[in-house]
Write a protein that binds this ligand. Structure first.
Ligand code: PLP
Length: 417
């Protein structure tokens, strides 16, 4: 895992001119698994990752899968994930930041990489240098990039154009498509490879909203077609649309969370998709070990502020994972952890580096016993699993936030079962 060695050096091989102009682009850092002393770690199951890619391929036959690996691959480590999926036959990668794209290129990823966040600052030259594909969403960007390309003597540089069909976040508004299209057509430096939009309601079962957005998308496509622009990659589908709306699949799809084994639809919304098979497999498992144990008599307070008091003779275990690791403080006195194959409640306030759990009902707990924060565990007391959806519900959040919250301090271990 040498490629995971932390590095905060600026991108190498900048020439003198760009050294002055181009802002330094830093790479996200990550602990090296071999350096880990603490037993707290995230295990990333690469076989399950490949399985989920096959599920996505079967759901969208004929469409190119460009997996979304932003935010360090939803917390799983984008380099290892990209390398695995590249070898497994994925067609492309999407990230949010230019920095994320550069990190993957420098790690040797050769797939096309789409930068979806649409922000390039003054670093347009970095796109060309690293062969990254920008998403353009504003007229001014077409001019800036085309000028940069002309200076660099580059023609036919691939870009994707984003249309805002209802998300009100990023994208050319429908009534400006013609104007932007004309500009794109007038600049031979730019080749329109892709046309995209993003759906705001694909995970809620609101089919009417999806249809409205897709209609506006079709209209934008027809407008460009009338100008002679025919992008070959059309894409709108995130995981929820890929799994739930065949009409949103076009020639390319952009699943993120489904690749990591989490269904994007809340159980309440799943009723809208009765044929959904539920064959995704979770990729991340977060585990640690008991590092301290004590017996408390009734009335003894636990943790900062004493927000929990033992109501009976209790056995309380301490685990070395806290909110700085991504075990949210919102789980204080609410969440659970698996130990010996059964649930133990989090008691007292989650602190920065440690959390206490009530193991009174899991007899026989000893120092060094494994505790699972996220994922499956089998033990002498039974078998159970805690999913990202369960934790998200307890935090009134979403599984995306749960996965991306597992912090850099938790080393990732990659498993090939
Ligand atoms: C994050 C993102 C996706 C992937 O979404 P999932 O719900 O995780 O599949 C796709 N497209 C865009 C534009 C995104 O920002």
């Amino acid at each position: 895992m040498n490629s995971l060695r932390p590095s905060n050096e600026p991108a190498a091989d900048l020439d003198e001119a760009s050294r002055v102009e181009v802002p330094r682009v830093f790479r996200p850092q990550r602990a090296l698994p071999a350096d880990a002393v603490r037993p707290t770690r995230a295990e990333v199951n690469l076989a399950n990752l490949r399985h989920n890619l096959r599920v996505a391929q079967r759901a969208a036959p004929g469409a190119a899968i460009w997996g979304v690996l932003k935010a360090d691959g939803y917390g799983h480590g984008s380099k290892a994930v990209a390398r695995t999926l590249e070898r497994a036959g994925m067609s492309g990668v999407c990230v949010a930041l230019l920095e994320e794209g550069i990190e993957l290129r420098e790690a040797g990823i050769q797939l096309p990489i789409l930068i979806m966040g649409g922000y390039y600052g003054r670093a347009w030259a970095e796109l060309v240098r690293h062969e990254l594909t920008p998403v353009l969403h504003e007229e001014s960007q077409v001019r800036l990039l085309a000028d940069e390309l002309r200076h660099a003597g580059v023609a036919g540089f691939k870009v994707h154009l984003k249309i805002d069909t209802g998300m009100s976040r990023l994208g050319v508004l429908p009534d400006a498509v013609e104007q932007v299209g004309e500009l794109v057509r007038s600049r031979p430096e730019i080749a329109l490879e892709g046309l995209m939009t993003h759906l705001s309601n694909a995970d809620s079962g609101d089919a009417a909203s999806v249809d409205r957005q897709l209609q506006l998308f079709s209209r934008a496509r027809a407008t460009l077609q009338s100008l002679g622009l025919e992008p070959r990659a059309l894409h709108a589908a995130n995981s929820a649309a890929l799994l739930g709306y065949p009409s949103a699949r076009y020639s390319m799809v952009r699943p993120g969370i489904a690749l990591f084994g989490v269904d994007p639809c809340a159980p309440t919304a799943l009723a809208a998709f009765p044929e959904r098979s539920g064959e995704l497999r979770p990729v991340m498992r977060v585990r640690t070990e008991v590092v301290a144990l004590r017996k408390l008599s009734p009335g003894t307070p636990v943790g900062y502020g004493g927000s929990f008091r033992a109501s009976r003779l209790s056995v309380i275990a301490t685990i070395p994972m806290g909110y700085a690791d991504g075990l949210s403080r919102g789980l204080s006195n609410v969440g659970h952890v698996l130990v010996r194959g059964t649930r133990a409640k989090i008691v007292g306030a989650v602190s920065m580096d440690m959390t206490m759990i009530d193991v009174t009902d899991a007899p026989g707990v000893q120092l060094g016993d494994e505790c699972v924060i996220l994922g499956h565990q089998k033990g002498p007391c039974g078998e159970d699993a805690i999913g990202a959806r369960e934790i998200a519900d307890q935090l009134r959040s979403i599984p995306w936030e749960v996965l991306t919250s597992i912090s850099r301090r938790v080393p990732r271990f990659y498993r090939e079962p």
